[in-house]
Design a protein around this ligand. Structure first.
Ligand SMILES: Cc1cc2nc3c(=O)[nH]c(=O)nc-3n(C[C@H](O)[C@H](O)[C@H](O)COP(=O)(O)OP(=O)(O)OC[C@H]3O[C@@H](n4cnc5c(N)ncnc54)[C@H](O)[C@@H]3O)c2cc1C
Length: 501
């Protein structure tokens, strides 16, 4: 580092993690440059705008908004000054196949434990709401144990410090009973919830994180706990508006944002980082380099030399496919998201992770239908259907055969499950894991770092501070993991590790 305390910081990747850490560090008066290989910022959190319709690609809602409230407030002005953040009035409907007759439907309220209890009692029968409350109580205890000592503490590559931190991360006997690091989310569900539909409700949180519920840690139960406790939120105009606001905040803070600038190597000066080499042959000197990549920078071959070994093997992850639908007309009383569960949700993860080279035939579908008039021309609707699929490479998602036929397969499946919009489609756009891979560099377009969750698996995550002095990491592949809240937390952790100029 130069004698002055102002560090020259280069950030590799302008996903939401890269933008967030840039804004924080520029506010601390460092000289910050972001290098982004594509022509726009935002990475997995983007948008499609066409013929008056707007679709958010990637995140369909925001949980734990406190993370982004803190970020915007500490870098200049409150989040409410830059985006219209709204709690969702009718956030979630879940619909399950029934042995005979109509599907079973439950409507879940936003941030209401008693409302959720009543919805499960009414939908699944007496006792279901109580079962769910018991599970959520346990999840609340898990959050209490893991939040301060694990989620909100940085992961360091230094083996001694890491071991010490993991030992203190809820390792007392009582804490271990709560977090049960030996237990999977599926086994927790089977032990606590007698109704298979409730178990499917729980396991969808593993699916959304890209994991098999039989391999995901039980502590993923904190995800429904956070949704029910702090609510789910939408940004008017689409979630990508928050990414755009963050990009604008970076510019206000004098961050240099360089798009179309791919980093091909992180170079050293002596034993610490000294800069980055660009694909066009240029070089940027740096005291500190922060990666916001969907992979370990060592595994990606960006770092060489001492301290570069030890890329972590992360368990296999699934990917998300999106079908964006520009529709004529409105469907009355559509909630923000509707889950149309697979006929056999318990078997779905096995089929998903079996590495069959074909698109899934009985996937759970999540229909996102934001009640936001800015997203479609009057009298029209902008829907996105999301489902979990094998990554690109297992299935050839770029093949014309798949791209041409799968949208009609999904529309037929929607119709069979009660949402027939086939005669209302003006146009549709399929966004497959091949497109996510191209947009973010995530291998196969799969969820980065999925499965490396919870105290026991954390060493498989990319540490926030590398063994190479001056090298740090944020984003979904780094600790504490993927999804907007955790990615935002990784940025706060790294900004704190680097500190003030
Ligand atoms: C379909 C889908 C649905 C999702 N739904 C939700 C949801 O509902 N809620 C939620 O919280 N989260 C959701 N997520 C997850 C969330 O979007 C991600 O966790 C988050 O956006 C990841 O941000 P990131 O900062 O890690 O970087 P990424 O978005 O992965 O961006 C990385 C950036 O690095 C750039 N890059 C890569 N290599 C280089 C290089 N060598 N040089 C320069 N730049 C490089 C890429 O171009 C990219 O812009 C979803 C994700 C997907 C794909």
């Amino acid at each position: 580092m130069r004698s002055t305390d102002v560090a020259r910081i280069v950030i590799v990747g302008a996903g939401i993690g890269g933008l967030a850490v840039a804004a924080r560090l520029a506010t601390l008066r460092h000289e910050v440059t972001i290098c982004e290989r594509s022509s726009s910022t935002g990475g997995a959190s983007g948008s499609i705008v066409r013929d008056g319709f707007t679709f958010t690609t990637g995140p369909g809602l925001l949980t734990l908004p406190a993370v982004y409230r803190d970020l915007f407030l500490k870098t200049g002005a409150a989040i409410e000054d830059v985006v219209d953040l709204v709690p969702l009035a009718s956030p979630t409907r879940e619909s399950f196949a029934a042995a005979t007759g109509a599907r079973t439907v439950v409507d879940l309220p936003n941030a209401s434990r008693s409302g959720t209890h009543d919805a499960f009692e009414a939908g699944f029968g007496p006792g279901a709401g109580d079962d769910w409350q018991r599970l959520l109580h346990r999840a609340g205890e898990m959050w209490g144990v893991t939040r301060k000592s694990f989620i909100e503490a940085p992961l360091l590559a230094d083996p001694a410090r890491r071991a010490e931190r993991l030992r203190s991360a809820g390792s007392g006997r009582a804490d271990l009973r709560v977090t049960a690091p030996w237990r999977s989310l599926r086994s927790l569900g089977r032990a606590t919830l007698s109704d298979p539909r409730l178990r499917a409700h729980l396991e969808r949180f593993a699916a959304e994180a890209g994991c098999h519920p039989g391999k995901a840690p039980a502590t993923l139960a904190t995800l429904p706990y956070l949704e029910e406790t702090f609510g789910v939120w939408w940004v008017r105009g689409g979630l990508h508006r928050m990414t755009e606001a963050l990009h604008a905040r970076c510019l206000q803070r004098k961050v240099k944002v360089r798009t179309d600038t791919e980093v091909v190597a992180i170079e050293r000066e002596g034993d610490r980082v000294g800069g980055v080499r660009l694909a066009d042959g240029g070089r940027l000197a740096a005291d500190i380099v922060i990666t916001d990549l969907p992979t370990d920078p060592h595994a990606a071959g960006l770092v060489s030399g001492p301290g570069a070994a030890g890329a972590r093997r992360v368990p296999a992850a699934s990917a998300t496919l999106e079908l964006h639908l520009a529709l004529r007309g409105h469907t009355p009383e559509m909630p923000h998201r509707t889950y149309l569960f697979a006929d056999d949700p318990g078997r779905e993860p096995d089929a998903l992770f079996a590495r069959r080279p074909a698109p899934p035939s009985d996937p759970t579908l999540c229909v996102l239908a934001p009640d936001d008039p800015t997203l479609a021309p009057e009298g029209h609707s902008a829907w996105t259907v999301q489902l979990r699929v094998p990554p690109h490479g297992v299935v050839d998602w770029a093949s014309a055969a798949v791209r041409d036929t799968y949208p009609a397969t999904l529309l037929d499946l929607l119709a069979r499950r009660g949402l027939d919009v086939r005669d209302r489609v003006l146009w549709s756009e399929l966004r497959t894991p091949a497109d996510v891979a191209a947009a973010t560099g995530a291998p196969g377009g799969a969820a980065p770092g999925a499965g490396a969750d919870g105290p026991r698996n954390a060493p498989r995550r990319v540490p926030n501070r590398s063994a190479v002095p001056g090298l740090f990491s944020v984003g979904a592949s780094a600790h504490p993991g993927g999804g907007l809240p955790r990615v935002g937390m990784s940025a706060a952790l790294v900004a704190e590790l680097i500190g003030r100029a």
